[in-house]
Design a protein around this ligand. Structure first.
Ligand code: GDP
Ligand code: IMO
Ligand code: MG
Length: 428
């Protein structure tokens, strides 16, 4: 089974980095296919913590070929910073390949991200401020800069001129900011070209050839289903397709090549930034989850909003992505609770609704209907087999599996690489 996709099944930060790392030693290629340095993946290996943003987490596994494919938006300065930090820690990054069709995030994208957020006032999305939305907007608007443009100075200058022509009006006249010089951007981008050149490849060809040769390719999604620009809680979403379909368009492999879709869910729910979140807890319980689960953003350090597990969202994700297996992370965080509430349906304006409502306004009004499960008091971080878990923890997992739309094939019981219970093999 060569092509495997990992996606977030909630609002991000489910532990995708850890799940990728779990498969790391058995895969040949790992592909980041969407998003940019808005992602933040923490991987803990032998007690050492690695935080990755733009690079796929699989880069930490020896022998794996990391690929940044066409669906990604790349802030080149961040790329090199991240590479240098890994090199300094002894990680071999020499095999990294980057698509010539990937788009570039420049200074004007970062600036526009911040000023548009400020102008939105109360309607702010709470973006990461990394220029992601404006870079994807330029891509769709056909005024983006691609990696390949860095190798043709004339084309690059023309494209930057074209993009800034309109943006400088916007920056100066609407947002009261200084105009950005074409040459400032062009010379900055050109300064990276030579270091970048050996990494640039026709990654769609490379990946299709790899699949033809029965290599195992893992597609690592950034963000998550509920942040997907088409299927998430629009407009409180990111600007890319972070669902499994994005792995196909974002890398240039046919959808029929994907064999396995692994959805990552936390045993509860978190969200960073604005937007609806039916099971959100505002009081002590929410703070308890935040402290116990250490729920602070890997990218921006913001405290994450926290709440109970939401089964309709898991079912929605299972459907939209074609999830074959779930990995449930952070079960250990729930140890010590007497009762664990799980949202099984919503009440929307007094009417019971079993699935995520199609109307965003209804979703904003959705009030969770909870079922309570017995908690367990034991520390479960040492569990390695399902039978090592206390009976009540097993019951919780099985009850959630029955209402979530796909089997739960692995369970995270701690941040470390080894802290996992595998019930079904995720590759074969
Ligand atoms: P990602 O963006 O989906 O890769 O997730 P993040 O790295 O942003 O956030 C997940 C956090 O949970 C990280 O700090 C991980 O080290 C941590 N983590 C992952 N799995 C587990 C688990 O099973 N138990 C605990 N306690 N922490 C976990
Ligand atoms: P990983 O890959 C959690 C959220 C932001 C904001 C919205 C739009 O670590 O799961 P953007 O900067 O993308 O335009 O912000 O999306 N967001 C994330 N939340 N995890 C992420 O990535 C996120 N990437 C973006 O907080 O609400
Ligand atoms: Mg994250």
């Amino acid at each position: 089974m060569p092509a495997i996709v990992i996606i977030g099944a909630q609002w991000g930060d489910e532990g995708k980095g850890k799940a990728t790392d779990l498969l790391g030693s058995r895969i040949d290629y790992v592909v980041k296919f969407n998003g940019g340095n808005n992602a933040g993946h923490t991987v803990v290996i032998d007690g050492e913590k690695y935080a990755l943003h733009l690079l796929p987490s699989g880069i930490l596994s020896e022998g794996v070929i990391p690929v940044i494919s066409n669906g990604v938006v790349i802030d080149i300065e961040v790329l090199f910073e991240e590479l240098d930090a890994l090199i300094a820690r002894g990680v071999d990054v020499s095999r990294l390949m980057i698509s010539s069709n990937a788009h570039v995030i420049t200074q004007y994208h970062r600036t526009l991200d911040k000023v548009t957020e400020r102008f939105l006032g109360k309607r702010q999305i709470g973006t990461t401020g990394r220029g992601i939305g404006p870079a994807y907007a330029d891509k769709i608007n056909r005024v983006g800069i691609r990696i390949q443009d860095l190798f043709d100075e004339n084309i690059l200058r023309q494209k930057v001129q074209g993009a800034l022509h309109q943006k400088n009006h916007l920056l100066v006249k609407i947002y009261n900011r200084r105009a950005i010089e074409v040459e400032e951007i062009v010379s900055n981008l050109l300064s990276y070209a030579e270091r970048l050149r050996p990494m640039v490849a026709d990654t769609a060809l490379v990946l299709n050839d790899a699949l033809d040769a029965q290599k195992i390719v893992l597609f690592e999604g950034g963000q998550a289903t509920m942040l997907d620009v088409d299927h998430g809680t629009y407009p409180f979403v990111t600007s890319s397709n972070s669902t499994s379909g994005g792995a196909s368009t974002g890398s240039g492999i046919g959808p029929n090549r994907i064999d396995r879709v692994i959805g990552i869910v936390k045993a509860y729910t978190t969200r960073v930034g604005a937007g609806p979140f039916p099971t959100e807890l505002h009081g002590e319980d929410g703070e308890w989850l935040r402290q116990k689960g250490f729920e602070f953003g890997t990218t921006t350090g913001r405290p994450r909003r926290t709440g109970w597990y939401d089964a309709p969202i898991a079912r929605y994700s299972a459907r939209i992505n074609g999830v074959t297996d779930f990995v449930m992370t952070k079960l250990d965080v729930l140890s010590g609770l007497e009762k664990i509430p799980v949202c099984v349906a919503y009440s929307v304006d007094g009417v019971r609704v079993d699935e995520v409502p199609a109307s965003q306004s209804d979703f904003h009004h959705a009030v969770p209907i909870y079922e309570e499960f017995d908690g367990w008091q034991e520390d479960i971080t040492g569990a390695r087999e399902f039978s090592d878990l206390p009976q009540k923890a097993q019951d919780y997992v099985l009850a959630i599996e029955a209402i979530s739309g796909a089997r739960i094939s692995a369970i995270g019981v701690g941040p470390g690489r080894e802290a996992i219970v595998v019930r079904h093999d995720l590759i074969n």
